[in-house]
Ligand binder design. Structure first.
Ligand code: SAH
Ligand code: SF4
Length: 366
């Protein structure tokens, strides 16, 4: 594992864009001899969480450049980067915005032969408290803004430009997954706002087919997502038996399996795309014959694939993962019933960058 220290830009003496209120911005525009309405436009971007002036589309380029060079605009600061033996890179960022200043979030870059995936965080912590998840044990501290979500990707792209990967691994960011810290659909404002930026032709211009939102199953929010940004969907299923899912994914008590079933049937899929049902195999808890039978009954094989995930342990975790050969057997059991099932190879485990292991230190940095 290698670590690099923070690379903070020398802008600390300048005002922070996110901290300027409307009258202060109006004063600034006046001093720069700009029309007053520009202050309102900039302020609206900031409120949407877009703190990077280059993304403020309705602002003239010269003014954008001036904002970028005169004010501190970074929504995030890179605190630490760790590189796994398998090429995975974990990034720890501190937030700059006043209310969450110093709180940390994590993002991961996963290079493969033909694609480079960035896994991003949408919240500091998570309110939902799934007992096998490290993030869930952290408690909830706040929602990320759209700008803070997008900034994770921009920072990683910049890092890859500065230090590209060697050998056959993919060097650039081609896919985005909302599978880092937090429940994306419990932060619709930030996540929808970030999707708008990612999919914007004048922004990162990523197609809906390259973006995946993972959710524990907030059904009204899934419906709304499908209506506005019908990206790929991954569902943290983990059991197809209500009594068990009530424990493993507690939001099931509010949105039980039948409700989830109806909601998934209605989700608008892109052509040749499927919904991924994520299933972490936990020894004795959800990997028995009745679990397999219930899962096989739940899946709609025409539209859904099952992704069996190896449990990633973390200090103090109350579960044990299913043995590898039993995982393969479980997969075979699904396949024999005509269900597409894959076993997810765990990446970046040596740097705690694997699924469910993300949990930034809650202590703050200054
Ligand atoms: N909150 C969202 C997205 C973040 S979690 C969700 O729950 O879908 C991303 C994925 O990691 C989810 O499928 C989650 O169930 C899984 N996960 C959580 N803890 C894990 C662990 N300890 N080992 C393996 N996967 C885990
Ligand atoms: Fe939150 Fe997802 Fe972890 Fe559950 S699995 S606690 S929803 S981050």
């Amino acid at each position: 594992m290698t670590q690099t220290p923070t690379t903070k830009t020398a802008t600390a003496d300048l005002a922070q864009l996110s901290a300027l209120n409307l009258p202060a911005l109006q004063g600034l525009m006046e001093a720069w001899m700009q029309p007053k309405f520009r202050a309102k436009q900039i302020y609206e971007w900031c409120n949407k969480g877009v703190l990077n002036p280059t993304l403020m589309k309705n602002i003239p380029e010269l003014l954008r450049d001036r904002l970028a060079s005169s004010l501190m605009c970074e929504p995030l600061r890179l605190i630490r980067r760790e590189c796994s033996a398998d090429g995975t890179r974990k990034y720890v960022f501190a937030l700059n915005r006043p209310r969450l200043a110093g709180k940390m979030v994590e993002a991961v870059f996963i290079p493969e032969e033909k694609r480079g995936t960035v896994c991003i965080s949408s919240q500091v912590g998570c309110v939902l408290d799934c007992p096998f998840c490290h993030t869930g044990t952290q408690g909830f501290e706040g929602n990320l803004s759209a700008g803070e979500i997008v900034a994770q990707i921009l920072a990683i792209k910049a890092d890859l430009r500065d230090e590209p990967m060697t050998d056959e691994l993919h060097n650039s960011v081609t896919h985005i997954v909302y599978m880092g810290m937090g429940e994306p659909l419990a932060n619709e404002e930030g996540v929808h706002g970030s999707l708008a930026i990612l999919m914007d032709e004048d922004g990162l211009n990523l197609s809906r087919r390259r973006i995946t939102v993972s959710t524990s199953g907030l059904t009204p929010q899934i419906e709304r997502l499908g209506a506005v940004y019908p990206v790929n969907l991954a569902i943290s299923l983990h059991s197809a038996i209500d009594e068990k899912r009530d424990v493993l994914v507690p939001i099931n008590r509010k949105h039980p399996l039948q409700q989830l079933r109806d909601c998934l049937n209605a989700y608008p899929l892109a052509t040749q795309r499927h919904i991924t049902l994520e299933y972490v195999l936990l020894d004795g808890a959800n990997d028995q014959a009745d679990d397999l039978a219930a899962l096989a009954r739940f899946v709609n094989p025409e539209r859904e694939w099952v992704n069996l995930i190896q449990f990633n342990p973390y200090p103090g975790s109350p579960y044990r993962g299913t043995a590898k050969e039993n995982m393969n057997q479980f997969a075979q059991g699904l396949i024999s019933k005509g269900i597409r099932a894959t076993v997810r190879r765990s990446r970046g485990q040596d740097i705690m960058a694997a699924c469910g292991q993300l949990k930034a230190d809650t202590k703050e940095v200054s």
